[in-house]
Design a protein around this ligand. Structure first.
Ligand code: HPA
Ligand code: ZN
Length: 326
């Protein structure tokens, strides 16, 4: 299809990517062997077969269990490098990735082991792959605000290598309002904040993320369409939404890709972008998300260009660099 050639050719951004969610089954088994960790699956195929999720939580349970094979700085470097090579093959020139330090500190892996390996790979990618990046420290919302504040304290000596803060994990029952003090502290450090909201949670959580956490982007936000006042607010303020279509289908946020609201979001004037979220678990990296949406929704060349341009507009790039891509 001619639009597919356009998708492959365009330089792209990725703004919603959990680095722990890029852990492919093959690497998971290799790291398990390297670190002497026993996995409860016979082989890669058995593990892949378990990736049959009923909702966000059923995915998160496997995602956190899988991350247990990540033990050393080299493991985190190898994980991140594998993603960056993949990103380059997909035509990504700028990526803004999340890491979840509490997933690692909670099982005894020091903050600087995870952070150091990821940071080094991102730095190497700039020179070796020509990919620029930002690193977003994301807090786990199923844990307490105190746990988040303690994590932020541990991160402070490394702040020069951190570009922003995020909020992820189990959304229902853990509204943004739970983290007002933490995000006020993050903002006082002069860094931008984002939050997952309106994935499984209601539009009210998107309002809270905007008004109480003062985020500059909403991750997912697909349920915003249920609230016309919210759509108007997001459109007028040009708040970017980092949409992850294949993720939404795999986590049953959306019944099938042909019913995904991506086009409605564009038509409502929202600054929607396309991203892969946890590609090793959801069956596709960035280019696959674009190609699958093109096929299922019959996206036009104009719509694809709009989505790609939105990514550059939503990215945390200096204005001069942004202008070069736009
Ligand atoms: N939603 C919430 N938390 C997450 C996700 C997601 O899609 N991926 C990794 N952590
Ligand atoms: Zn996510």
């Amino acid at each position: 299809h001619p639009v597919d050639a356009l998708i492959r050719r365009l330089p792209k951004t990725e703004l919603h990517l959990h680095i722990e969610g890029t852990l492919e089954p093959e690497l998971m088994f290799a790291l398990a062997k390297r670190n002497g960790v026993a996995l409860p699956y016979a082989d890669v195929d058995a593990l892949r077969a378990a990736y049959d999720f009923s909702d966000l939580q059923s995915f998160l349970d496997l995602y956190y269990a899988g991350a247990d094979v990540l033990r050393t700085r080299q493991d985190f470097y190898d994980l991140t490098w594998a993603y960056l090579e993949r990103a380059q093959a997909d035509g990504i020139v700028h990526t803004e990735i999340f890491f979840d330090p509490q997933t690692h500190t909670g099982r005894g892996i020091p903050f600087d082991v995870a952070f150091g390996g990821i940071r080094q790979a991102l730095d190497d990618a700039r020179s070796r792959l020509g990919i620029s990046s930002r690193l977003i420290l994301s807090f786990l919302r199923h844990l307490s605000e105190e746990d988040g504040l303690a994590t932020l304290e541990v991160a402070l000596p490394h702040l020069a290598g951190i570009d922003g803060f995020g909020l992820d994990s189990s959304e229902r029952g853990h509204p943004p309002s739970k983290f007002q003090r933490l995000f006020a502290r993050c903002r006082s450090l002069g860094l931008p904040c984002v939050a997952h909201a309106g994935e499984e949670g209601p539009p009210a959580y998107v309002w809270e993320a905007l008004d109480l956490l003062q985020v500059v982007r909403i991750d997912h936000g697909v349920r915003s369409l249920e609230d016309l006042g919210l759509v108007q607010r997001l459109a007028e303020a040009r708040v970017p939404l980092t949409v992850c279509p294949l993720s939404n289908v795999r986590l049953k946020v959306c019944p099938q890709l042909a019913m995904h609201p991506l086009r409605q979001m564009l038509q409502a004037g929202l600054l929607a972008t396309v991203n892969s979220d946890d590609p090793a678990y959801f069956g596709g990296y960035l280019q696959e998300n674009f190609l699958a949406c093109r096929a299922a929704l019959d996206l036009s060349a104009d719509e694809v260009v709009r989505l790609v341009r939105n990514g550059f507009e939503a990215a945390w790039l200096p204005a001069a660099e942004q202008a070069r891509w736009l």
